[in-house]
Design a protein around this ligand. Structure first.
Ligand code: HEM
Length: 551
């Protein structure tokens, strides 16, 4: 006789619908035959049975539909290899949430340079070879030039009213054109480089003034964050923040931080992958909406409207030169874009420009602290080429090849956006001999392209010399498909033109003015990584000892 305990309890059945009702069933009950017990069904009310029946029927239908679709698809499409998906969940339960560059590299080793995962209802295609990267980003750049958004990015970008997360098409072309003149030309670099040099000088001065920095160390990142905000807010609004305690800076930083945390988290994957679970995300999405509204309101009230007021009284500022928002507002006045688009441009610069560059400076500093011989070589190069104490400026970077190699090596080993920003094909497409269903999310594992031992000599080593020796022809602008820290092609990073000089000035000035060391009692600083939906930064902000040099 079967044991009563082996029968699923009513509590369990009902718990699966998130309701718990105490079971009236005696402990020794057996559904099949137990002389002392009435049959199980007598304990379920008519309502329960109806609900149970409906749930089972819905589940049965979902499985049948999923199998039929996957059979049909299998017939019609030759899909890339990958683990076998199960109905409803796909591969999600097998591969988990944290699809970072390292986990995706492990899957590439198993399934090949192109593989596909089914994450609930979403297709995810990962490419991991330079040839396939070229196909996605260059040869079929139009076909794969759109972006996927998920439920959270839909909120933060107003369903693609911005530039970074909009599909490839007329709106993207217009936004990219409008943003180019105010942000992404050499003229902008020449106009603002003095400001960036002044900001770096101010960081050096503040660290010098802090005796604790030379003794037990300081989290230089905090001060560098203010510097990066100032570098970008000078370009955008011809504004800067006086100190880390400036209330407007504190508010802005908190809202930007909250936006990044909410968007990069894996916590909302379930509702994104499986639409029927979306109601459970209601609370999360409400927080996202609140943060988004507060942020856009802050951009409008304190920056855009302030600038409008200023330019209505004085035609131009900054010795007659327009700042970026003046150009953007001109485009709005001409009717090319609307007020929301203006705010989303400000939003995009806040997320795309500031933290990415800051993470790269942070990684660079960590590697320099952990490799004192490399740090010394950078310092010696600057002292020899410019003279001790002569402060690095933007045009000097061209004369400092070792400093440039350090920056390239940082961006190779510690890529801030290791999977690029996800791409997407709007229509069914072909890639590497496989069919890619429309609206698949395409990830290019740029980190693995630049860290695959089949293509690089000892890639795990931080060795800037490689960019002066065997890889001396490789540039960060995508001239080699093994090395794409800024992507390449239509959706590549237009900010590279600003990021490289800012990195050069900042790292150059810090190394020439300080000896940078781990805190007392530590031989190295911790370089554990923290990844998000597509970001990679250092897990713990490093405390660094900065001993001032005297000239
Ligand atoms: C070290 C710093 C930076 C790194 C590593 C970086 C990296 C990237 C990467 C990998 C992409 C995606 C490329 C693709 O999907 O194919 C991207 C896109 C973008 N970046 Fe950067 N970026 C940096 C700094 C900046 C700065 C300073 C700005 C602006 C001032 C900027 C603005 C953008 C924009 C607007 C896009 C979207 C382009 C589009 O979708 O058409 N980035 N960046």
């Amino acid at each position: 006789m079967p044991n009563c305990q082996s029968i699923p309890s009513r509590e369990l059945l009902i718990k699966s619908q998130s309701i718990t009702i105490p079971s009236p069933r005696p402990k020794h009950y057996s559904a099949l035959s137990c002389a002392q017990c009435p049959p199980l069904l007598l304990y379920l009310t008519k309502m329960d049975l109806l609900l149970l029946e409906k749930t089972l029927l819905a589940l049965f239908l979902a499985v049948v539909v999923a199998i039929t679709i996957s059979k049909l698809r299998g017939k019609r499409f030759k899909l890339p290899p990958g683990p076998i998906p199960v109905p409803v969940f796909g591969n999600w339960l097998q591969v988990g949430d944290d699809l970072n560059h390292r986990n995706l590299t492990d899957l590439a080793k198993k399934f090949g340079d192109i593989f596909m995962l089914r994450m609930g209802q979403r297709n995810l295609v990962v490419v991991s070879s330079p040839d396939l990267a070229k196909e996605v980003l260059h040869t079929q750049g139009v076909e794969f030039g759109s972006r996927t958004r998920n439920v959270v990015f839909d909120i933060f970008t107003g369903k693609g009213q911005d530039m970074v997360f909009t599909v490839y098409g007329e709106h993207w072309r217009k936004m990219r054109r409008i943003m180019t003149v105010p942000f992404f030309t050499n003229k902008v670099v020449q106009q603002y480089r003095y400001g960036w040099e002044a900001e770096a000088a101010s960081v050096v001065e503040d660290v010098r003034k802090n005796p604790e920095a030379a003794r037990n160390g300081t989290v230089i990142r905090r001060r560098l964050q203010l510097m990066m905000y100032n570098n970008m807010f000078r370009i955008m609004f011809d504004r800067r923040f006086e100190s880390e305690d400036d209330p407007l800076f504190v508010k802005l930083k908190a809202l930007n931080g909250e936006r990044s945390r909410l968007a990069q988290s894996f916590d909302y994957n379930y509702g994104d992958f499986i639409p029927i679970l979306r109601p459970f995300l209601r609370g999360y999405l409400k927080i996202c909406k609140d943060v988004k509204e507060k942020r856009l309101q802050l951009f409008k009230d304190y920056f855009v409207d302030e600038r409008k007021k200023l330019s209505s009284t004085k035609p131009t500022d900054n010795e007659g030169l327009k700042c970026a928002i003046d150009h953007i507002l001109d485009a709005q006045n001409k009717g090319e874009i609307n007020e929301d688009n203006v705010l989303y441009i400000v939003e995009n610069i806040n997320v795309a420009a500031i933290e990415t560059t800051l993470w790269s400076v942070e990684w660079g500093l960590a590697e320099l602290v952990n490799h004192p011989e490399i740090q010394k070589k950078v310092r010696d190069e600057i002292d020899t080429v410019l003279g001790p104490g002569v402060q690095v400026t933007e045009p000097d970077i061209q004369k400092l090849p070792y400093l440039q190699a350090v920056i390239k090596e940082t961006l190779r080993l510690r890529m801030a956006i290791p999977l690029l920003v996800p791409h997407m094909n709007l229509h069914d497409a072909k890639l590497g001999g496989f069919d890619i269903p429309a609206e698949s999310k395409i990830l290019v594992n740029a980190w693995w392209l630049a860290n695959n031992p089949a293509n690089w000599k000892n890639p795990e080593e931080f060795r800037p010399e490689r960019f002066l020796e065997e890889e001396s022809n490789v540039e960060a602008n995508g001239n080699d498909f093994r090395y794409l820290p800024f992507g390449v092609g239509r959706r590549s990073c237009p900010g590279i033109i600003l990021a490289l000089p800012i990195l050069g000035i900042t790292l150059g000035r810090l190394v020439q003015n300080f000896e940078l060391l781990p805190p007392p009692g530590q031989s190295k600083i911790d370089t554990s990584e923290k990844g998000g939906q597509f970001s990679l930064h250092i897990l713990k902000h490093s405390t660094i000892v900065a001993k001032p040099r005297s000239f």
